[in-house]
Design a protein around this ligand. Structure first.
Ligand SMILES: [Zn+2]
Length: 152
């Protein structure tokens, strides 16, 4: 079988080891619309991985991710690694990891929560459990363990 080659990028971010099938959610988090129009985004779906069997990969030219986006990726793709590329070289590589508090990334599912009021406060969750991840809203104490539908 012929292998799909992803063109190397000069500057940008490579998100590797994304769980199989989650690349499109990662793209949604990155916000492709926010990219400058000359940037290329490459997505590889269902790539063979020695560690986990199958994985997805996303490469984005000319973009480094904000901490908020990295936190969102940590929630839905906890196995992902993020590499910052400058002049074709990997300058920094790290696994995503979940901070103790997650601010502004998810919407609280409780419609009565203060974070949904006419003058909303920014959502804030604390990690109640790490494996598997359970978050708790610091305002109404609602627990959540499914994050995709709640991405802000
Ligand atoms: Zn809440």
């Amino acid at each position: 079988m012929r292998e799909l080659r992803i063109t190397p990028i000069r500057n940008g971010t490579v998100i590797d080891h994304i769980g199989d099938g989650l690349a499109l959610e990662v793209l949604r988090i990155i916000g492709v619309k926010e990219l400058d129009k000359d940037s290329t985004v490459s997505v590889a779906l269902h790539v063979r991985s020695q560690k986990t069997g199958w994985k997805d990969i996303v490469k984005v030219e000319n973009m480094e991710l904000s901490p908020r986006k990295v936190n969102a990726i940590a929630l839905i793709a906890p196995t992902a690694t993020i590499s910052i590329i400058r002049e074709f070289k990997v300058r920094e590589k790290r696994t995503v990891d979940l901070p103790d508090r997650i601010v502004g990334v998810l919407r609280c599912p409780n419609s009565n929560c203060i974070t949904h009021q006419p003058e909303p406060v920014e959502s804030e969750f604390e990690v109640a459990r790490r494996t598997p991840v359970v978050l708790r809203c610091v305002y109404c104490e609602r627990s959540v363990d499914e994050f995709l539908p709640l991405l802000a």
